[in-house]
Design a protein around this ligand. Structure first.
Ligand SMILES: [Zn+2]
Ligand SMILES: [Zn+2]
Ligand SMILES: [Zn+2]
Length: 361
C-alpha cells in the first residue's frame, strides 16, 4: 500500500448550502471511530393479521383522511397519527406567554400508509406506485397549506427501521404541518438566499452544474494513450430526464443522497405528473443502488421544499426543492452529537462511485 493510500483522506468539509454545518471526512485505514448501525431483518410478509396498517384492518386506525384509490383496494392511505406530537386544538391566543407557548403543540401529524404490502421497501415498489405516492404527498401538502394560513411548513418524511425512528414495521411515512419552519430547512432557505444575492444564482443549480460537468482523462504514462476517460459527474449517482440523484460533497451521513429537479424549481407543489414519473424512476433506481451497495440499511428521507408564507415570497429564485435520503449506517458518537461535527469514514467520492457502478436491472 502506498503512503498516500494509507493516509486516506482526512479533511474538514463545509456544507456549501449550510456553511455552519461541517463534516470531517476521515477514511484512513484503522480509523474506525464509529460503530456500525445494525441492519434489520427483512420482513417480507405481504399481510399480517394483527397489523393495523394492513388491508382489511382499516377499523384499527382512526378514520382515514384520504385513500387512493378511494376503495377497499386502496394503494395508499392517510390516517391521523394515533400519537400525534402536535394537535390542532391547542390554544393559540395566549400571546402573553411568548412565542414558544403560542407555537407549542399546534399543527397536524398524519401517517401515510405507503403501500398495502406489509414488508415492502421503497425500491421494490413499482415506479407507477412511487409516482402516485409522491402525487398524494403533494395533494395532502396543498390541502394542509390551504386549510390554515398559519401553517408555514408541511414536512413529509419517512423512517425505515427502528434506528431511524420507525415504531410500526408496516411501510409508512409521515406528514407534520407546523407554524414554524424546521431549523435545517430555514438554514437552507436563508443561506441559499444570501448566496443568490451575492452571486445572482441558485446554489443548488450551481451544485448540480458542478456535479454534472466533472470530466477527466487519464493517460498512460509511457505510451501517452488514453487509459481511462471519466465523463460522468463525480457526484452523480443516477440521472433521469428531469431529475438527478447526487452524493453531496459534504454530508452528515456517509451514504446520504439528494434527489433534485434538474430544472430550477423551489416548490415541490409545482412538480407536474410527468415530473413525478421521472422522479419515481430516479428514486427507485437510486434506492436499488443503495440496497446493492449497503443492503438492509435503515434510513430516513425528508422532503425539503420552499416554506409557505409571505416572508418566503422572494426565495423562489434561490431555493430548490429536493429529497434528502439519509441512510443510518453508523451510530453517531458522543463526539459527533456533542460537537456537531460529523465524521464520515467513507469519502463522498468513493460512495458516489460505488453507488453509480452498482449493477441494477
Ligand atoms: Zn401491515
Ligand atoms: Zn435551482
Ligand atoms: Zn435539504
Amino acid at each position: 500500500m502506498s503512503e498516500e493510500q494509507n493516509k486516506g483522506v482526512r479533511e474538514i468539509r463545509i456544507n456549501p448550502i449550510v456553511p455552519t454545518e461541517s463534516v470531517l471526512v476521515a477514511t484512513a485505514r484503522g480509523m474506525r471511530p464509529k460503530k456500525a448501525e445494525e441492519k434489520i431483518e427483512r420482513d417480507t410478509r405481504t399481510h399480517v393479521d394483527t397489523c393495523p396498517f394492513c388491508r382489511g384492518n382499516e377499523d384499527r386506525t382512526p378514520p382515514e383522511i384520504k385513500a387512493w384509490p378511494d376503495s377497499r383496494d386502496w394503494e395508499v392511505r392517510i390516517v391521523p397519527n394515533l400519537y400525534p406530537v402536535l394537535g390542532d386544538d391547542s390554544p393559540s391566543n395566549n400571546l402573553a406567554f411568548g412565542l414558544q407557548q403560542v407555537i407549542d403543540g399546534y399543527g397536524r401529524h398524519e401517517v401515510i400508509i405507503d403501500h398495502p404490502h406489509h414488508g415492502i421497501i421503497i425500491h421494490e415498489m413499482s415506479q407507477a406506485h412511487l409516482a402516485a405516492l409522491f402525487g398524494i404527498y403533494q395533494q395532502r401538502m396543498a390541502e394542509l397549506y390551504a386549510s390554515d394560513p398559519r401553517l408555514k411548513y408541511v414536512l413529509v418524511f419517512k423512517n425505515f427501521g427502528p434506528a431511524a425512528g420507525a415504531s410500526i414495521p408496516h411501510t409508512h411515512s409521515q406528514i407534520i404541518a407546523t407554524p414554524v419552519v424546521p431549523e435545517n430547512v430555514q438554514n437552507e432557505v436563508t443561506h441559499s438566499h444570501q448566496y443568490a444575492q451575492k452571486y445572482g444564482q441558485c446554489i443548488f443549480c450551481s451544485l448540480i452544474d458542478e456535479a454534472l460537468t466533472y470530466e477527466a482523462t487519464i493517460y498512460d504514462r509511457e505510451s501517452g494513450a488514453v487509459r481511462r476517460r471519466i465523463s460522468v459527474g463525480q457526484y452523480v449517482i443516477e440521472r433521469g430526464e428531469r431529475f438527478v440523484a447526487i452524493k453531496p460533497f459534504a454530508s452528515r451521513f456517509e451514504w446520504e443522497i439528494h434527489i433534485l429537479p434538474l430544472r430550477h424549481e423551489a416548490d415541490f407543489l409545482a412538480a407536474s405528473e410527468e415530473d413525478l414519473q421521472d422522479f419515481a424512476r430516479v428514486l427507485q433506481r437510486t434506492m436499488k443502488r443503495l440496497d446493492k451497495v449497503v443492503g438492509g440499511v435503515q434510513f430516513n428521507f425528508f422532503l425539503h421544499s420552499l416554506p409557505h408564507g409571505d416572508e418566503f415570497g422572494n426565495c423562489n429564485e434561490s431555493y430548490h426543492w429536493h429529497l434528502e435520503i439519509c441512510p443510518r449506517t453508523s451510530i453517531p458518537t458522543g463526539f459527533e452529537l456533542g460537537s456537531g461535527l460529523f465524521v464520515s469514514t467513507v469519502s463522498p467520492e468513493e460512495a458516489a462511485e460505488a453507488l453509480r457502478n452498482a449493477e441494477i436491472d
